[in-house]
Design a protein. Structure first.
Length: 179
């Protein structure tokens, strides 16, 4: 299956937009690898007759990033942990000054079944280029990218005097239907 031409509105009703973190540092056994879901986000995908004239725009509300799962760690992830992680996430990403993360495509290359979307990802007011890989599989649009937080000026969270650190790389993935 390939994508049909047209303009598609995207958001949580179409599927999931997920971030996965990992830990580093000497104290990494104490922390959790997190699955964080964007619960409020919107976007538009315009599929044209050629990949080069297609486009994508996505906006994610930082305040709507919710911790869905935490694996690893000495103890299971508690509701108190989730609340503290959300508070730290808001602080690190300066949600009061930068309430949204945006992605705007600049080029689309490939076939209707498998393609790369090049674009500008803006986090905390800083825009950097990003390549997103995507494919149509079993009627779903799936894909993602790896972002290095420090490239956007984000200092990865650390605790215990730096013994427990969030790894710089975050895996972003999506799984959507286009209806």
């Amino acid at each position: 299956m390939s994508l049909n031409e047209g303009t598609y509105e995207l958001g949580p009703d179409n599927g999931r937009l997920v971030l996965r973190t990992s830990r580093s540092g000497l104290g990494r056994r104490a922390g959790h690898d997190l699955t964080i879901e964007a619960t409020r986000w919107s976007g538009t995908a315009t599929i044209a007759d050629s990949a080069g004239t297609s486009s994508v725009e996505v906006t994610v509300e930082v305040d709507a990033l919710e911790v869905r799962e935490g694996t690893g760690g000495v103890l299971p992830l508690s509701d108190s942990d989730r609340s503290e992680i959300k508070k730290n996430l808001r602080k690190v990403l300066q949600v009061d000054r930068h309430p949204a993360i945006t992605f705007r495509s600049t080029a689309v290359e490939g076939s209707a079944e498998k393609f790369t979307v090049e674009g500008e990802l803006t986090i905390m007011g800083r825009s950097e280029s990003l390549a997103v890989q995507a494919a149509v599989t079993d009627g779903r649009l799936q894909g993602g990218a790896t972002i290095r937080q420090t490239r956007w000026g984000v200092k990865p969270y650390s605790a215990f005097f730096g013994a427990l650190k969030l790894a710089d790389e975050i895996e972003v993935s999506f799984d959507l239907t286009l209806g």
